[in-house]
Design a protein around this ligand. Structure first.
Ligand SMILES: NC(=O)c1ccc[n+]([C@@H]2O[C@H](COP(=O)([O-])OP(=O)(O)OC[C@H]3O[C@@H](n4cnc5c(N)ncnc54)[C@H](OP(=O)(O)O)[C@@H]3O)[C@@H](O)[C@H]2O)c1
Length: 291
């Protein structure tokens, strides 16, 4: 695994003594390496500073979407360092006609203030538009240099399989899906399928919307919370860092936690650069299976 050391100029680190090495993973079979901890910006209202703090710590992958209303702030945050970043955005599942995809991509490029999107994803599968029509548009965007790589989101194994069959000359490199200690449905079929076919899983809601990041007086899963706290104490990491490190334990998985706070973005970046032992990983698996 390659590592990247923070060298961005003009960016103040949340903690100047931090010597974080963000680990990188290959995106699909592209040969391109992206940080295993990126930043998600759904319901984000933190302005540019938390994003810049994360970038300074190596979280150079930012995930947004046309429906989030946050492409503008991402465009502002990355101004002056675009080529060092990996920007992922999404076309809404309600815009999957050929012309709609082309129009949505152009609008996203404008809001992001860039002339290319690194990863363009279908946000959720559409019921009415043939996947061949959507993928023809997606591939055209790559052919025109507006997009580098293509991904999907919320696709089941069957939907992903059909989408792959619809591709004529570019691969699907990622599937962005719900994955955290409390929500492990993708382990049964989707992860094995993606691993067999060189598709990166981008885990969303990795902190279960914050529930895995803080002690609760009335936890839904007391055994799980106890295990998380136990491993956090053992590793001298926070609960959030342990929950995120569990998420990215498999080589095929990266993740994109969201926080409005520069301090918590920095904390989340600290989930990279180390690994849970197999025993700690399995302890968490057992504790959270009992939910
Ligand atoms: N493709 C899709 O359909 C889809 C769906 C959902 C999400 N996503 C993507 O995944 C990203 C992340 O998912 P998410 O926002 O649903 O959930 P999440 O990252 O699991 O949790 C975000 C919540 O956790 C809190 N938090 C973050 N770091 C923390 C820390 N270190 N300690 C304590 N609390 C912390 C945040 O609060 P503060 O902001 O106050 O810190 C926020 O309330 C989204 O932003 C989006 O990019 C994609």
């Amino acid at each position: 695994m390659l590592k990247t050391r923070n060298t961005l100029k003009g960016i103040q680190l949340a903690n100047d003594t931090t010597d974080l090495l963000m680990e990188l993973k290959e995106l699909g079979r592209t040969g391109v390496r992206v940080p295993e901890i990126g930043i998600g910006v759904w319901r984000y209202s933190g302005g540019v500073e938390p994003l810049r703090a994360g970038i300074a710590m190596g979280a150079s992958l930012i995930d947004t979407a046309e429906v989030y209303g946050t492409e503008d702030v991402v465009g502002q945050a990355v101004s002056g360092m675009r080529e060092r970043l990996f920007i992922a955005t999404k076309v809404s599942g309600q815009h999957l006609r050929y012309d709609e995809v082309m129009h949505a991509a152009e609008a996203s490029l404008q809001r992001l203030r860039t002339n290319y999107i690194d990863l363009y994803q279908i946000h959720w599968p559409g019921n009415f538009v043939p996947i061949q029509e959507t993928m023809r548009a997606m591939e055209t965007l790559v052919d025109r240099g507006m997009v580098r790589y293509l991904g999907v989101s919320n696709f089941s194994v069957e939907e992903l399989h059909q989408a792959r069959l619809a591709m004529t000359h570019h691969p699907i490199v990622s599937n962005q899906v719900l994955y955290n200690l409390n929500r492990r449905e993708i382990e049964a079929q989707l992860i094995p399928y993606c691993e067999a076919n060189g598709i990166t899983i981008i885990a969303y809601t990795p902190l279960d919307d914050g529930r895995l990041a803080r002690h609760s007086q009335y936890p839904r899963n007391p055994q799980g919370q106890q295990a998380l706290e136990f491993v956090a104490a053992q590793t001298s990491k926070t609960m959030a860092q342990v929950a995120l490190n569990w998420c990215i334990w498999r080589p095929s998985v990266i993740t994109i936690p969201k926080s409005n706070s520069a301090g918590r973005v920095a904390e989340n970046c600290g989930a990279s650069g180390w690994r849970l032992t197999k025993e700690q990983y399995e302890l968490l698996n057992r504790a959270f299976q009992s939910l």
